[in-house]
Design a protein around this ligand. Structure first.
Ligand SMILES: [Zn+2]
Length: 191
């Protein structure tokens, strides 16, 4: 029997797509990389293909993920960055050897030092997190308005007023809740 795993929620920003592999952190948390193989799948979808992953590498990936989440949350709230999270991000960034490669078509690819090097892939994610937390890129870190989510996301909307980490999940749920509340109100006033 094939076991079904939770889907990935893919976004445009590598670091926050990665932190999104654990969702509903303040509700019924959904772990989207429950096994080493699912991390391999996620990395392949994000241009960081590796051919294997050990349980220890998955553990390291999750440690990086939660460190990025903690640091990005602090940055969104304009709090001091937690030192332990910064340490993990910096260690991961320093440990990998990934090279940015420009293709003849003008696209950027990542070349990892070896196909089994999850650490190389994590260094790319760590560097991406550093660039958004450091405010180098056009956009603003914000926290999802859903109380069970509170994911840190990178708002690149022109007005910088995006409220949800993902329109299709948190945004939609909120809209539906509002719609149902309105309908209840309207049906009451029609009685
Ligand atoms: Zn959310």
């Amino acid at each position: 029997m094939r076991i079904e795993f939770p889907d990935f929620r893919l976004g445009n920003v590598l670091a926050t797509s990665f932190t999104g592999t654990l969702s509903e952190r303040h509700g019924d948390a959904v772990e989207r990389i429950p096994t080493p193989h699912r991390l391999v799948d996620w990395l392949a979808l994000n241009g960081l293909a590796v051919d294997s992953c050990t349980p220890a590498q998955l553990e390291l990936a999750r440690e990086l993920r939660e460190s990025i989440h903690a640091a990005a949350t602090a940055a969104a709230l304009q709090d001091a960055l937690p030192a332990s999270a910064v340490q993990v991000i910096n260690d991961c960034s320093a440990q990998g050897r990934a090279a940015a490669i420009l293709t003849p078509e003008g696209e950027r690819l990542w070349r990892l030092s070896s196909a089994s090097c999850v650490e190389d892939a994590l260094s790319v994610i760590a560097a991406d997190a550093i660039s958004i937390i450091a405010g180098e890129r056009d956009g603003k870190l914000a926290l999802c308005a859903s109380p069970t989510c509170r994911a840190a996301f990178f708002d690149t909307s022109q007005s910088r007023t995006r409220k949800w980490c993902d329109m299709n999940t948190c945004g939609n749920r909120q809209k539906k809740a509002r719609f149902n509340a309105n309908r209840r109100k309207n049906s009451r006033s029609a009685e």
